[in-house]
Structures are given as C-alpha cells and as structure tokens.
Design a protein around this ligand. Structure first.
Ligand SMILES: *[C@@H]1O[C@H](CO)[C@@H](O)[C@H](O)[C@H]1NC(C)=O
Ligand SMILES: *[C@@H]1O[C@H](CO)[C@@H](O)[C@H](O)[C@H]1NC(C)=O
Ligand SMILES: *[C@@H]1O[C@H](CO)[C@@H](O)[C@H](O)[C@H]1NC(C)=O
Ligand SMILES: *[C@@H]1O[C@H](CO)[C@@H](O)[C@H](O)[C@H]1NC(C)=O
Ligand SMILES: *[C@@H]1O[C@H](CO)[C@@H](O)[C@H](O)[C@H]1NC(C)=O
Ligand SMILES: *[C@@H]1O[C@H](CO)[C@@H](O)[C@H](O)[C@H]1NC(C)=O
Ligand SMILES: *[C@@H]1O[C@H](CO)[C@@H](O)[C@H](O)[C@H]1NC(C)=O
Length: 682
C-alpha cells in the first residue's frame, strides 16, 4: 500500500505548510499612519498620565468585545479627563481585534506619541484615537492622509469607473448600518480575468449615518486626486477610511462553493478498474493540492511585495497614469457618434459652445461640447489642461472623458448624464413637483460635496466661476453632477492679461466683488452656491424676480422671511407640508451666510459641509445680503472680464481640511449637544 502512505505523508506536509501560511497571515498588525500634535502634551508622572495609562488599559481589556469597538472616559476633573476609543476592521474576530488594539496602545506610546494628549493611529486592522476633549459621536475630517500602492494599474480609466461603482455600493451599505454598530462594508469586482478589485470602507461606529456617508464621500472623492491609476490606495480620516487593492486584504466573505470538479463527479467506474481509478483520483487530487499550494505561496509572496511598496502622501499627491493620449478621441468617431452634429442631437448651448449627445460604437453615451473657436491656446497646452481637468473625478462632478482636436476644431467629451439640468425641473411649474424635499436636500448636499472637492483638491484648486442651476445635471436617481468646471483652465485664460479673455459668469449668481470688480476666489463660488440653495428652496429663479413688478429679488425675499421667522414661506408652496422644518431652516441659514457681501464672512465649502452634516453646530447669524442687483439695466450685462488669476489667488483663503499635524486639535466648531430645535426656536 505505497500509495495511501504517500498520501498520508503528503497530507501532513500540506497541513504543516498550511499552518505555516496561516501563522504568517496572522502576523503583527500592519501600521499605516498616525498623527499626534506635539502642541498639547502632558507631564510625565502627572495625574493626566496615570489616567491616560488607565484609559489605554481599559481599551485593551475591552478589545475582545463582540461589537469590535469601545469608547471610554477616565478622569475626575475636566483638566485630567482622557477620552479614548478604538474600532477594529469589521471582518476581524474578537481575538484578532485584541491583537491589534494591544499593539496599537503599546506602539503609540513607545514609538509614535509618547507624551501627546491628542492622537490618532491607523493600522490596517484597527483605529485608535484619544484626546483630552470629548470627540465621541462627532465626525472629524482632519487630520487625514492617503497612501497608495506605487504599482500602476493598466487601463486606469476603466479601473476608475469600476472602483467608483464598487465604492458607491459599499458606502451606502456601510453608512446605513445603525449608529453604535460596526459601519463596515466590502465588495469584490472582476477587473479582468486575472485581476479582482477588493474594496473596503468603514466608519467610526459612533457617528451618525449621515456623517458616515459624508466622511466616506469625501474620502472616496479624494481617491482620484491622490491615487488615480494606482493598484491600491488607502485614504484615512479619524472618522472613516476607505481602501482598495487588487489582492484580498480583508477576509473575503464566503462565496458559494465552486462546482465540484468533474473527476469527483464521475459516475462509479466499472468494477475491476476501481483500484486504478482510485489511484488516479488520488494523484490528481494531490497534484491539484500541490499546485494550489504553490499558487497560494506565490500569491502570498506577491502580496507581501505589493504591500511593502506603499507610499504615504500626506497630501500633495502625485498624478496617476492617465495620459493625454489615452484621452484623445478621433474626430471621425465623434462625428459618427453625434450623427455629424445633427440638430436632433443638440442638448443645448452653454457659454463655451454647443453640446451634442452622441453614442460611441461600444454603445457608451456621451455628451460632446464643441468649443466655440475663440481660444488662442496651442494644442499641447490644451491637451495638458484637459488632462488635468480629466483627473478631477468625483461623483458629484460630470466626468470629462477626453477631447478631440481636428484643425481649428476643439471638442470635449463628457459622460452623458440622463436627466437634464436642475433648472429644467426647478423652474417648470409641472416638473417642479418631481423634486420633493428630500431630493432637493440631497441635491444641495451633493453640490456642496462636489464644490468642496473642486476647491480643495490639493493639486488644482478649481474655482468654478459659473455655478448655477443650469450647470447642475441630474442623473437617473436625481443625484447632482456639476458641469462646466475647469473651463477657465481648458480655455487657456491668459493669466497675465486679464482683459483679453472673457469668461462668462451669470448675472445674479455672481458675487458683488466678481460682478463689479472682476475679483474671484473660492468665496465667489460660495456666493453662487448660496444663490443656488435659495433657488432650490423657493423654486424661483434669481433673475425672474427683477423682471416682475414687485422688483424684489430672491435674496431680499429670503432675508425678509428669515428675519420675520416665517421660514417655511421661503419654500416652494407645494412642498411646505412634506419637508423637514429644521433642514429647511438650516438651508436658508446657510444660503444667507453664503450670500453675505463680505467674502471673508462667507463660510468655506468645508464649513458648509460641516454645517449640513451636524445639525448641532452653532452657526453665526447671517448679515443682510447685498442688494446691488436691483437696477434693471444691469441685467443685460451677461459677461464680464476677469482679473488675472495671480492677483486673486493670493487673496484666496486657505482652508485646512486636509492634514497636518496640528490640525487635529484646531477644529473650531463649537459643537454642542443642543438640538437643532433649540437653535431655531419657533
Ligand atoms: C513640534 O514639532 C515640530 C516639528 O518636529 C517642532 O518644530 C516644534 O518645535 C515642536 N513643538 C513643540 C512645542 O515641541
Ligand atoms: C487639552 O490640553 C491643552 C494643552 O495641554 C489645553 O490647552 C486644553 O485646554 C485642553 N482641553 C481641554 C478640553 O481640557
Ligand atoms: C516617573 O516615574 C518613574 C517610575 O515611577 C521614574 O522612573 C521616572 O524617573 C519618573 N519620571 C519623572 C520625570 O519624574
Ligand atoms: C472595560 O472598560 C471599563 C471602563 O470603561 C473598565 O471598568 C473595565 O474594567 C474594562 N474591562 C473589561 C474587561 O470590561
Ligand atoms: C461612548 O460614546 C457614547 C456616544 O457618544 C457616549 O454616550 C458614552 O458616554 C461614551 N462612553 C463613555 C464611557 O464615555
Ligand atoms: C507609474 O506611472 C507613473 C506615471 O506614468 C510613472 O512615473 C511611474 O514610474 C510608474 N510606476 C511604476 C511602478 O511603474
Ligand atoms: C468574477 O469572475 C468569476 C469567474 O470568472 C465569476 O465566477 C464571478 O461570478 C465573477 N464575479 C463577479 C462579481 O462578476
């Protein structure tokens, strides 16, 4: 019986190899990054330190809880109180969680933050945070860091699309989990026959669903900026993180077992040959097991290699691998796709030219913007600017897919967004009712997130300059997508001769300083955003007011109701019964803050996101908006010259949402527990 004994020793070998592998995969937790501010430190051997040590030991001793997270507070007096929390990756067992938390509590004091009061440390398996201020149940967007795998992916454009779909799916899943439970989701998607995309998102279990959604939205929105074209990336915020790789870095949930192999399914062999076929089966199984093992080992080594090649990017991010060539479309293809720019396919005309719908041979629908030929920019420059703008990818931005150059002809190719633009619904007496309160509120939030991305993407910082209802497209689910951004870049606006190139702004949406003096900054976009909010609430066009005999503009209308406390009267009349009063008031409040005359008084987009997400932030009172738009004659002034980019960029306020060591302690929001109803008394 040589064969069976061979089989037994084979099995032993296999078992020992397997245990070797699993021992290794249970190795030490993988450190990712940490922040701790050296500006708030405690004195060694103080009461604070002893409380701090007790905190860490409580966290460790509570790390085998089934819930996978724990928060606690230690201290008698406010000065010596320490707050701490950890949460483990959602797929870990209590024992694995314990390993990570005890490593984190040990390493953070021994290696990274010996005397700092405020710290956050991320491992691949868990997050540990502590502070001398309570931070439970509050979303934090600072400090943050993104890490990426330096390996490039092939076909970055298709990969990014797949990634977007995957992230979208799991963001919703994770954020829908009830507060106080793990907010965690993963998914796998086939990229190619050999490559699978593994994606994971997770939030601090104590924050609300909407905070989780926002946090993940911002984190995912960062991916294209930091890590486009990379095989793996990880964006870390104190309250949430996202990660994707093309190897499994979490426990993939059980999939239905594959169909058994034909060998084992084969019908019982005719008698007499049974011994032979048994041997064959054993040999085949042994060979299969060995080759699977070899594959596993090879794969494991590959993964190790991939993991080592990680680069941290504390926020100045390198470009991905999209190239100008990969974005170029053939003119003949576009001509065919749009049926030779047939009038039937015309979707509209914007400030920069006419827009046509097209269908590529692969059935992909596109929108083609045929630029009016006034740009004096060279082809190379044009390509480079398109490349930069194409890298701006966010779910609330219309995606620029590429361009086409043919002689004097310049075309931009965009993703096609099915539902037309916001103004089409908002200002139509019949269609308006399709936008109920929750979709309007969702649109406001989506536009805010898209604008935040434009303003704060660290490489570019795009000022839109023409944000308005007709530049907000709606997808099939009425999610907003901002269009026409980056046009100043693509159009090659001359930065030294401010008066030669004209940029279209839209009267009514333009802030006073932009309309009168041509000064623009992120705060002029904020102004336009404020006008947009008030339009969305009221269903009234900013420009329609001046034309009626009442000669009252939208801003004075909103202000009047705000100061009278008749908040709901600002709303579209058919919506007053179905809305959330607090959300409405919050939106009017934000809208009025945005349209204040002094740009410095207007909130930044980051602040607006915070305001929208935490009902309990105390907002300053808005000041009366400027009423400079009254004169009717001015309304015929649709375009204005811009001042040079240079002078205005020096006036831009800097917003520190992303990273740096001190920012974890410099969050200025006076968050209190007062409910919104107390803030907005009837
Ligand atoms: C904090 O660290 C920075 C950089 O390491 C250093 O320049 C600074 O002096 C430190 N501040 C304090 C208070 O130790
Ligand atoms: C936290 O510690 C810093 C410096 O040690 C101190 O300035 C700050 O007031 C403390 N915060 C609270 C809430 O005690
Ligand atoms: C703190 O206490 C430890 C042991 O109790 C002692 O070794 C150390 O010197 C003390 N450090 C200070 C700064 O007093
Ligand atoms: C868990 O934490 C609490 C304080 O929050 C502490 O009293 C307790 O001893 C810790 N350990 C266990 C095992 O519960
Ligand atoms: C943990 O966080 C929750 C939610 O913020 C809070 O109500 C609770 O008091 C915290 N627990 C401790 C021990 O601080
Ligand atoms: C990835 O692509 C970038 C830009 O195209 C290039 O600089 C880099 O060397 C590539 N990295 C690898 C590992 O091939
Ligand atoms: C990925 O491909 C495998 C085999 O090719 C298939 O069994 C699996 O269903 C695919 N998964 C998805 C999510 O499409």
């Amino acid at each position: 019986m040589g064969m069976p004994s061979f089989n037994v020793s084979m099995l032993l070998l296999i078992l020992s190899l397997l245990s070797f592998l699993s021992l290794n995969s249970e190795a030490a937790p993988e450190y990712r990054y940490h922040f701790c501010s050296n500006e708030t430190t405690f004195t060694p051997n103080s009461t604070y330190q002893s409380n701090f040590n007790r905190l860490l030991s409580f966290l460790t001793s509570n790390s085998t809880r089934e819930s996978g997270f724990y928060n606690t507070t230690v201290g008698q007096t406010p000065e010596t109180t320490v707050y701490g929390l950890f949460f483990c990756r959602g797929d870990l067992t209590p024992d694995e969680c314990r390993v990570c938390v005890s490593t984190a509590t040990k390493e953070v004091v021994e290696q990274y933050c010996p005397v700092e009061k405020v710290a956050v440390i991320w491992y691949s398996e868990c997050v540990l945070r502590y502070s001398n201020k309570s931070f439970f149940s509050t979303m934090f967007q600072t400090p943050s860091v993104s890490l990426y795998n330096i390996q490039n992916i092939t076909e970055p454009v298709r990969f990014t699309q797949l990634l977007g779909t995957s992230m979208n799916e799991i963001e919703t899943k994770a954020s829908n989990a009830p507060t106080g439970t793990q907010k965690f989701a993963t998914t796998e998607a086939n990229f190619s026959e050999l490559q699978t995309l593994y994606s994971l998102v997770q939030c601090d279990p104590l924050i609300s669903s909407s905070d989780c959604k926002t946090c993940l939205g911002i984190a995912v929105g960062n991916l294209p900026g930091c890590c486009a074209g990379k095989q793996g990336a990880n964006v870390l915020y104190p309250s949430c993180f996202v990660r994707y790789e093309i190897y499994p870095f979490y426990k993939v949930q059980a999939v239905p077992p594959p169909a058994p192999t034909p060998v084992l399914l084969a019908p019982p062999p005719p008698k007499g040959k049974s011994r032979n076929s048994l041997l064959i089966i054993i040999a085949v199984v042994a060979a299969a097991v060995v080759s699977i093992l070899l594959l596993c080992i090879g794969y494991y080594l590959l993964c190790r290699k991939a993991k080592k090649k990680y680069n941290a990017v504390p926020y100045e991010n390198e470009s991905g691998e999209i190239t100008t060539d990969s974005l170029q479309y053939d003119f003949a293809t576009i001509e065919a796709a749009t049926n030779n720019f047939a009038d039937d396919n015309k979707l509209g005309s914007g400030g920069f030219g006419e827009v046509y719908k097209g269908t590529l041979p692969n059935k992909q629908e596109i929108a083609v913007k045929r630029l009016s030929q006034t740009s004096r920019q060279g082809a190379e420059e044009f390509k480079n600017e398109v490349l930069l703008v194409a890298k701006l990818q966010h779910r609330n931005l219309v995606r620029l897919l590429g361009y086409c150059l043919e002689g004097e002809e310049k075309l931009l190719v965009y993703e096609f967004v099915p539902n037309k633009s916001l103004d089409y619904f908002l200002f139509d007496p019949k269609k308006r009712s399709l936008l109920d309160w929750s979709s309007r509120y969702n649109i406001i939030g989506g536009v805010a997130r898209g604008m935040l991305y434009l303003h704060e993407d660290s490489r570019l910082r795009i000022i839109h300059r023409d944000l308005k209802a007709s530049n907000i497209l709606l997808d099939a689910n009425l999610n907003p997508k901002i269009s026409d951004f980056g046009m100043a870049k693509i159009f090659g606006v001359d930065e030294t001769q401010g008066n030669t190139s004209k940029i279209v702004g839209t009267f009514g949406y333009m802030s006073p300083e932009y309309a009168m003096h041509g000064q623009f900054s992120v705060k002029s976009d904020v102004y336009s955003f404020g006008v947009l909010i008030l339009e969305i609430l009221s269903g009234k066009k900013i420009s329609a007011f001046g034309q009626s005999d009442t000669a009252e503009d939208l801003l004075s209308y909103a202000w009047k109701h705000w100061s009278n406390g008749s908040y709901l009267d600002v709303l579209d009349s058919d919506m007053r019964d179905s809305c959330s009063r607090n959300e409405v008031i919050q939106c009017i409040h934000i809208g009025l803050l945005c349209v204040q005359e002094n740009p410095a008084d207007r909130p930044s987009m980051a602040t607006i996101i915070l305001m929208l997400n935490s009902g309990s932030v105390t907002l300053p009172s808005p000041q009366k908006p400027p009423f400079f738009l009254h004169s009717r004659t001015e309304q015929n002034m649709p375009t204005i010259a811009m001042e040079s980019d240079k002078s205005s960029s020096t006036n831009m306020p800097t917003v520190e949402v992303n990273s740096d060591k001190s920012s974890s302690t410099s969050v200025q929001w006076s968050v209190n527990e007062a409910s919104i109803t107390e803030l907005y008394p009837r």
